[in-house]
Design a protein around this ligand. Structure first.
Ligand SMILES: Cc1cc2nc3c(=O)[nH]c(=O)nc-3n(C[C@H](O)[C@H](O)[C@H](O)COP(=O)(O)OP(=O)(O)OC[C@H]3O[C@@H](n4cnc5c(N)ncnc54)[C@H](O)[C@@H]3O)c2cc1C
Length: 477
């Protein structure tokens, strides 16, 4: 699955873990979260290792749009659920994260095409304008400097908009690969090293990997969606949202924008020494309710007919729009649930989690505590996802496939078959090994996607993204 970011960056591989290890801190996952945590621990004098199931940056971070902004469109919701004080604290946390990214880039002379780009929220519908005016009122109330505007720097007009400064865009993978280079000098990073299970022992955890065991005093789960159910019971707390993204060659402008009307649309620009691109996103679909990915991709046509790159991505939504960062068991930590704002929140997790594992107090500990009770109001969203999934299980053989996908029983087992352009059949098992949901074929990217928790597999059944730790490759008995 090529994205603009994978096509325009290079990285060197790390070795696979092939022996047992005994460490103070084990970090699981090499996305922006795992690397930011490791970066904060390089001078900690603790024995730390980072394990990545595939390659560093191969997860959700490789498919982001890479906007670094605090204008996220959720402040009204956060305010309603958490009140003024905590909403202001959240705003400050996002501004602090932006400063951390800037400082990291400056201190290490990282070349990741960081550009200052004002952020806009805009609307054209009556409902959107009203919502945006409320958002502006909240932002002003918590001390944010917001300007009302009616057009973008490229002179394109809209009915109503707000704008803030001191926000940025960058190339997320160039940033991540540079962090990896810096971290590797002090902390071993192992790639193609998947953690299959974690067992709690008396005063340590034992992680079983594909080629060895890691004994660790403390474990940090930075794997996006945790592959285990207990102790956190993630499926009961979050929903997953999918968006489709496209990049096409276009003139460069220094801004990014989100349309708050019914359909969530976001825009940013990117330029390197060769080309400049407009990146257009459409989406925010609950993956359990909206599985017709081809139809979703067709919405990109509203902006351009031909894209140089198109891809899809998912993120984890929490009920109160606050991330989960902190302790979920004695010495087991988690950082996830970024509500589509992982560049800032993944970076912030670097500071919050590293402080916590080293025993220091962090000012955001309570706000982002994964055990807070505040997400209970997500119950309705989770219930509707479950209802939709049950329907999906019953009506598995969807009508939208274009004839290249079929479902059969072979030797009593449910299999799904994709016939490629030269007529070759690719057979896989139909159910996600994580919790047994029926997989849906993504005809645009040619992957099998799980509508429950977002696992993805290639056409031959090899896992691309978890939470599934296992392939669905079909083997003849
Ligand atoms: C369409 C879209 C656009 C977005 N745009 C923006 C944006 O403009 N700005 C912004 O701030 N945020 C944005 N986000 C959100 C952001 O991309 C994510 O929140 C963030 O990238 C998540 O990073 P992560 O490190 O937590 O996860 P990942 O990048 O997925 O990293 C987790 C890593 O863990 C590894 N892993 C998984 N299981 C195991 C295992 N068992 N053992 C070892 N390793 C494992 C995976 O291979 C992966 O590399 C966007 C999200 C979407 C969906």
């Amino acid at each position: 699955m090529e994205t603009l970011w994978t096509a325009t960056s290079n990285d060197n591989d790390c070795l696979e873990l092939k022996k047992d290890e005994d460490v103070d801190i084990l970090i699981i996952g090499g996305g922006i979260t795992g690397l930011s945590i490791a970066y904060n621990l390089i001078n900690s004098r603790k024995k730390v290792i980072l394990l990545e199931a595939n390659k560093v940056g191969s997860g959700i971070t490789s498919r982001t749009t890479g906007k670094i902004t605090y204008l996220q469109g959720h402040y009204l919701d956060i305010y309603k659920k958490n009140g003024r004080f905590l909403t202001k604290k959240y705003l400050n946390s996002q501004k602090e994260a932006i400063e951390i990214i800037k400082r990291t880039i400056l201190d290490n002379n990282i070349k990741c095409d960081l550009e200052e780009a004002s952020s806009y929220l805009f609307a054209d519908t009556k409902k959107g304008i009203e919502a945006l005016k409320e958002e502006k009122r909240v932002l002003k109330d918590i001390g944010c400097n917001v300007q009302v505007v009616k057009n973008f720097p490229d002179k394109k007009k809209f009915a109503y908009g707000i704008k803030v400064q001191d926000t940025y865009t960058f190339h997320p993978l160039k940033y991540l690969y540079s962090l990896k280079k810096i971290i590797k000098k002090k902390i071993p990073i192992y790639e193609n090293s998947r953690v299959l299970s974690i067992e709690k022992k008396d005063n340590y955890y034992l992680a079983k990997c594909n080629n060895g065991f890691v004994k660790a005093k403390k474990v940090v789960i930075a794997s996006f969606y945790p592959y285990f159910l207990k102790p956190f019971f993630m499926p009961l707390k979050v929903t997953l949202e999918k968006s489709v993204v496209g990049a096409f060659i276009d003139k460069y402008y220094k801004y990014s924008a989100i349309n708050v009307d019914k359909e969530n649309v976001s825009i940013r620009f990117y330029k390197d020494k060769d080309n400049s691109y407009k990146i257009y996103l459409s989406g925010g679909y609950n993956i359990a309710c909206e599985n017709n990915i081809k139809e979703n991709f067709s919405k990109l046509k509203k902006e351009a007919n031909n894209y140089n790159y198109i891809w899809s991505n998912i993120d984890i939504m929490t009920g109160d729009y606050m991330p989960f960062m902190g302790r979920i068991d004695d010495n087991l930590f988690i950082a996830t649930g970024y509500n589509t704002w992982g560049m800032t929140n993944g970076t912030l997790a670097g500071k919050v989690i590293s402080d916590m594992v080293l025993g220091y107090y962090n000012t955001y500990e309570e706000l982002f505590n994964p055990k807070r009770k505040n997400y209970a109001h997500n119950f309705l969203a989770v219930t509707s996802s479950v209802k939709s999934l049950i329907k999906e299980m019953v009506y598995h053989k969807k009508k939208w496939y274009d004839g290249k996908v079929s479902f059969r029983k072979i030797d009593g087992k449910d299999v799904s078959i994709y016939k490629d352009n030269i007529g070759r059949e690719h057979i896989v098992y139909s159910k996600c090994p994580h919790l047994g949901c029926n997989l849906v074929f993504n005809e645009v990217e040619k992957t099998w996607d799980c509508p429950c928790h977002g696992s993805r597999f290639d056409i031959d059944g090899y896992v691309i993204n978890g939470p599934s730790n296992y392939n669905i490759t079909y083997k003849k008995d």
